[in-house]
Design a binder for this molecule. Sequence first.
Ligand code: HEC
Length: 148
Amino acid sequence: MKILLRSVLITIAIALTTGPALAQKQPTPEERAYKFRTSLFQTFAWKLGQMAGAKGSGDEAAFVKHANDLAQLSSLIEEGFQIENSLPEGTKAKPEIWQDYEKFQAKAQDLSDAAIGFTEPGAMADFDPRDFGSKSCGGCHRDFKIKD
Ligand code: HEC
């Protein structure tokens, strides 16, 4: 009985001391933006893979769907960079994004245009995932993302 009581008291004590500490761990708006955009970029990588897979199996309908998804998703890029200089710990984003925001916007538009281009009938034949990644993704990364 004594042991049970003691373990209950210890549990309460732990809850009281760690509770406030957990409450303080709310992410900042910058950290939220960072999380949003890295998740978004991961979906890009996924979609690029899906496009390559659809081409590999000759499924043009699926290919067009994924290209269209990628175009839609790319319209969300700017949402992840709304807070100027949101560079929390771990980010690979460069401050140049906000110093030359028009160029950054143009790179986002390039990706969107390239993805839309691949929704055209027959365009799948010209799709090369490496080429696409190097031009439409790497074109922005080279200027605005810190190298891994
Ligand atoms: C307009 C610029 C831009 C375009 C276009 C772009 N990226 Fe990025 N990408 C970035 C930036 C900036 C980061 C770093 C974000 C950060 O760490 O805050 C990034 C990060 C990433 C990451 C790392 C995410 C993580 O978990 O840390 C991946 C994966 C990625 N991009 C894939 C892609 C792919 C695939 C494409 C093309 C289909 C693409 N990106 C197009 C700017 C871009």
